[in-house]
Design a protein. Structure first.
Length: 236
């Protein structure tokens, strides 16, 4: 299998590539694979498409976003929806932060965390691929938890988060006026909030009326961390 030239990539991009290739070794013929969203997962999708072509594998992908769907099709990966498959054998996705001790994650920097969580949590195995810069000792100190919120509910959700000692803000778009709108037509509220008990907070955030899903992920089977010359595999 062809490899990217290290001289043409940054250290971070090379680390992402190292993690993606390690995850690729987990994909077997006949599998249905959840395809996450983001820069690291994009590398995985491209390399998976190359492997399918070279080895004539029968592998189907379940995309978690418009972006991953378009990229999968472009790279020759047959895509299926959730209602077309009985099981997702493995889901491979990235993360914005990974807490080393707990393996809890924050995802949703790209606004795709609702579908990502559905696909990732339904998979028989959920594998996260990241570069070394995404691994932290304390989750959420630098990265807020994103909440996908129904537009009519944004104001009461903000008030409720303030009551819970959170520091919320509506995510605003960079190249359009107004807020970021997700693939599902909803808004995103980013919140800094106490994550000492990740599983409890994941459940509690979803009890706020108007919240569709949050970007705190606490059900992870394996994290593959890419470094310059090696990979590290973290497991619970």
């Amino acid at each position: 299998m062809a490899r990217r030239s290290k001289s043409k990539t940054t250290d971070s991009e090379h680390e992402k590539y190292m993690a993606a290739i390690e995850a690729l070794n987990l994909v077997k013929d006949g599998m249905i694979v959840g395809l996450g969203s983001g820069s690291t997962t994009n590398i995985f999708i491209e390399e998976l498409g190359r492997r399918i072509a070279e080895e004539e594998l029968s592998v189907f992908g379940v995309p978690t976003s418009f972006e991953s769907r378009i990229l999968a099709i472009k790279n020759g990966i047959p895509v299926v929806s959730l209602d077309q498959c009985d099981v997702i054998d493995i889901a491979v996705d990235g993360a914005d932060e990974v807490e080393r001790k707990s393996l809890n994650l924050i995802k949703g920097g790209g606004g795709c965390h609702t579908m990502e969580k559905i696909v990732d949590y339904y998979a028989e195995e959920f594998v996260v691929i990241v570069d070394s810069g995404k691994v932290v000792n304390v989750l959420g100190e630098k990265t807020p938890v994103p909440l996908e919120v129904l537009p009519p509910a944004y104001a009461p959700v903000l008030k409720e988060l303030l009551k819970r000692n959170g520091a919320p803000s509506i995510r605003m778009a960079e190249k359009k006026r107004g807020p970021v709108i997700t693939d599902n037509g909803n808004m995103i509220i980013d919140v800094f909030i106490d994550l000492k008990d990740g599983e409890k907070m994941e459940r509690e955030l979803n009890t706020i009326p108007g919240v569709v899903e949050n970007g705190l992920f606490t059900k992870v089977d394996k994290v593959i961390v890419g470094y310059k010359n090696k990979v590290e595999i973290l497991q619970r």
